[in-house]
Each structure stands twice: as C-alpha cells, then as structure tokens.
Design a protein around this ligand. Structure first.
Ligand code: C2E
Ligand code: MG
Ligand code: MG
Ligand code: MG
Length: 285
C-alpha cells in the first residue's frame, strides 16, 4: 500500500512547480539587479475630486521593464519581492522617488501603496518619517494605501502603525475594499481616512442594477463611518455619473487617465489649471 502510494506520488509529482520556483528565484535576482541599477520606474495615475473633476491626488504605481520579458505585472513582481526579502528596499525606493517627483506638484497629494511586509516591520513609521524628512515632502500630502491583509494577519501592530502614521500627519486609505473580508468590524476598529472600492466591484456599475446597488451600499457604508470614498476602475462617463450620484468623493480610472510618467502628470496639471482659470475668467466676464 505504502509502496503503491509512494509510486503514485512520484507519478503525480508536478515538475512545473519546481520550474516555477526557479523562475521566481531568477526573477528575484533580476529584480535585485534592477533595484541596484535604478531600472525600475514609477508612473502616476490621477485621482479626481468627483464633483469638480479636478485632479486631487496621484497614485504612484511601480513599473519594471524586464530586459527580456518586457513589462512585468506589479502584482507578480511585488509578490516576488515580498517572498525574497526585497520588499523593504523596493518600498523605500518607490517612496523616495515618488516623494521627489511629487514635490513639483504642490497642489495635489500623493498616494503610495504599502505592502504588508513593510507594514509588519516595527521600524516602518520611523523609516517613513526619515524619508519624508530627507526628501522634504510634507506628511500632510502623503496618503498610504494598505489592504485588509495587514489587518487580518497582525491587527495590533497594524492598529499601532495606522495610529502613528496619523500622528505624523499622513492619511491612511484602505485599498481594494470589496475583494477580501470587507469587514465592518475592521473598518470601525481602525481609524482610516478613506475607503477605496476595488475595481472588480465597480466593474459593470452602469449596466448592471445589482452591481449599482452594491456600489451604492458600499459608499453608504463608508459614509456612515465618516470615511471618504474613492471608486477605482471607472471606465466610462456613465460609471462616473452613477458613482458621483451615489456620493463617492473621488474617482479614478481609465475613463479619465491611465497611469503616466511624471512629465505627463506635470503637463496634465498645467492643462487642468489653465482650464480652471479659463472657466473662472468666463464667470467673471
Ligand atoms: P492597486 O493599488 O489597487 O492599483 C490600482 C490598479 O488598477 C493599477 O494597476 C491601475 O493601473 C489599475 N487601474 C486603474 N484604473 C483602472 C481602470 O479603469 N481599469 C482597469 N482595468 N484597471 C485600472 P497596476 O499598476 O497594474 O498595479 C496593480 C497592483 O500592484 C496595485 O493595485 C498594487 O496593489 C500593486 N502595486 C503597484 N505598485 C506598487 C508599489 O509601489 N508598492 C506596492 N506595495 N504595491 C504596488
Ligand atoms: Mg492602490
Ligand atoms: Mg486598489
Ligand atoms: Mg487593486
């Protein structure tokens, strides 16, 4: 019996798991090199104030153009960084670069994604304060985006860090809401500033009634808890209008702008300032 089992185990051994492991190991080595040679870059996606449709924030999103594979999805390489002890270094790199870039956009705020691995580090808040100091970026203009993973795996630590970030003046958003536990208990326990509704929840909001009701209910939940609500993944003006009417404060999505270079953001902000001046002049006339 045991022999039988042993043999079947051999027969069913999945070699592709080994292959995948070596791939990820190699990817980790290459990511380490990319970090050392500054081969990563950050792009920014504008987030708009829903009523005025003026850009209010930009979200920093990390990019890696692999020498052979081309663009690697951040969902993959962030995971590889987390599993191979690279996340703290990658996270610091993004924060430093994004803060330096965002200094030239004093009219808007900067949102940064933080991995649970960074958050778990007891020195996380001190390290962040040091980078703010070093770059001269004002804490009040920084917003940290975290996911529920943080809360579930180490709630006490997370609660402590969220509190100390807010003492620094940094605001905290709960990202990807609607994909994980979406626990009301956690929302009450942590003092977040903002809720970001995941794009998977928003998808189809202007064509499907049930999706629309679900989004409206989620926005209602956020507002009941005194949170600002951002909807991600707005892909059409119809989506935007529904979320606006439902009381969403901020909108983000391909309908308005894709993630873009720092130079393109500067241009977009200039454009938007000109438009605002133009409409002001019209009202005055
Ligand atoms: P996220 O933080 O939820 O970021 C939003 C993602 O949605 C981005 O994908 C963005 O390009 C995409 N997106 C925005 N609007 C639309 C839309 O209208 N339609 C569609 N289909 N997609 C839209 P991206 O850049 O591929 O990033 C994926 C995830 O990787 C991020 O999700 C975040 O969790 C992670 N990530 C990216 N950069 C960083 C980073 O610097 N640090 C950490 N820890 N994670 C990062
Ligand atoms: Mg995010
Ligand atoms: Mg998100
Ligand atoms: Mg997401």
């Amino acid at each position: 019996q045991a022999k039988e089992l042993g043999r079947s185990r051999v027969a069913f051994y999945d070699w592709s798991i080994d292959a995948e492991k070596t791939d990820r190991k190699r990817l980790a080595d290459e990511l380490r090199d990319a970090l050392a040679t500054d081969a990563l870059h950050v792009v920014y996606q504008p987030i708009y104030e829903a009523q005025s449709m003026r850009p209010a924030l930009v979200e920093a999103l990390l990019r890696w153009d692999h020498p052979r594979q081309g663009a690697v999805s951040p969902d993959l390489f962030i995971n590889v960084a987390e599993e191979n002890g690279l996340m703290d270094a990658v996270g610091d790199w993004v924060l430093r670069h994004a803060c330096r870039d965002a200094l030239q956009w004093p009219e808007i705020r900067l949102a940064i994604n933080v991995s649970p691995v960074q958050f778990r580090n007891p020195g996380f808040d001190r390290n962040l304060a040091a980078i703010l100091q070093e770059t001269g970026f004002p804490a009040e203009r920084l917003e940290v985006e975290m996911t529920e993973t943080h809360l579930v795996t180490f709630p006490d630590r997370a609660q402590h860090i969220v509190a100390s970030l807010r003492i620094l003046g940094v605001s905290v958003a709960l990202d990807d809401f609607g994909t994980g536990y979406s626990s009301i208990g956690y929302l009450r326990r942590f003092s977040f500033d903002k809720l970001k509704i995941d794009r998977s929840l928003v998808h189809g909001v202007s064509v499907d009634l049930e999706t629309r009701r679900l989004c409206e209910a989620t926005i209602g939940l956020g507002r009941a808890l005194n949170l600002e609500v951002t909807a991600e993944g707005i892909e059409s003006e119809a989506d935007a209008e529904i979320m606006r009417q439902a009381g969403c404060s901020y909108l983000q999505g391909f309908a308005f702008a894709r993630p873009m270079s720092a130079a393109a953001i500067s241009e977009l902000l200039n454009e938007s300032a000109r438009e605002a001046d133009g409409s002001h002049a019209l009202r005055m006339a």
